[in-house]
Design a protein around this ligand. Structure first.
Ligand code: 6PG
Length: 242
């Protein structure tokens, strides 16, 4: 895909972290409403890290989300660390604490990556088989180096065209991770990128406006999605907060 084939991103710039959490939670809730009005199942892949945590907390504890048909929603993960589900590094653990524990969902609606198992390649294959071909919503964070999920600059996973889940040795601790690959991002029906803080400003500018080279700036793979940023992360884009 070259950059001219990419849809223009929807860009939402907000004042601060608290506004980002509320805005993103409301955006996700509307997406769940849209999908479940048409189909009996809505598949969402969650991002890890710290940025989404207040978003998930807001989503699980807010009035507007309480009325959503959560029984129709199935949760997946864009990446996971090779740790047990109880480990503090686990993205599943974080999602349980901030989201699932506050929602009326059954265990069967949550599809975690079994990072605790020793047979990593088998885990990746099994998860790829259960991951929907077209996610209704893929939520992504990004790092100051422009990585997203656990697709880091220069990673061979960025060249993956066939496999949808691979094991990587990430440059960011914890090193051993599972991650979705570019085909999963391309096939998602909607993609939401969340970023906060001036420290990500340069990567956000490269991600949205730089020369298209996902090998150098993996988050460019989500360039056609919706980006919800705080003022700091959007500082180099030349737009005022809404
Ligand atoms: C992970 C995430 C990763 C994260 C970014 C941003 O498992 O760590 O998937 O891609 O989204 O590193 O992390 P912060 O939100 O903590 O800045």
């Amino acid at each position: 895909m070259n950059s001219s084939e990419i849809r223009q991103p929807e860009l939402i710039v907000v004042r601060d972290g608290a506004t980002l959490a509320r805005t993103a939670a409301e955006w996700i809730a509307r997406r769940v409403e849209e999908v479940t009005a048409k189909r009996d199942r809505c598949s969402i892949a969650l991002a890890g890290g710290t940025t989404p945590q207040p978003v998930y907390e807001h989503l699980s504890r807010s009035e507007f989300a309480a009325g959503l048909p959560w029984s129709k929603v199935h949760f997946y993960f864009g990446d996971e660390r090779c740790v047990s589900p109880e480990h503090s590094d686990s993205n599943y653990h974080m999602a349980w604490e901030t989201l699932f524990s506050g929602l009326p969902v059954q265990r069967g609606q949550i599809h975690r990556i079994e990072g605790e198992r020793a047979d990593l390649q088998q885990v990746a294959q099994e998860y790829a088989a259960k991951l929907p071909v077209h996610l209704d919503l893929l939520i992504l964070g990004m790092g100051p180096d422009g990585h997203t999920a656990s697709l880091f600059p220069g990673s061979s996973a960025l060249q993956e065209k066939r496999r949808r889940i691979v094991v990587v040795d990430a440059p960011k601790l914890p090193n051993c991770r599972f991650t979705i690959t570019p085909p999963v991002i391309a096939a998602a029906r909607s993609v939401l990128v969340l970023a906060a803080g001036r420290g990500k400003g340069e990567a956000v500018a490269r991600g949205l406006q730089g020369e298209y080279d996902p090998n150098e700036t993996p988050v460019q793979l989500a360039r056609g999605g919706t980006w919800i940023l705080d003022k700091g992360a959007a500082a180099l884009l030349g737009r005022s907060a809404v």
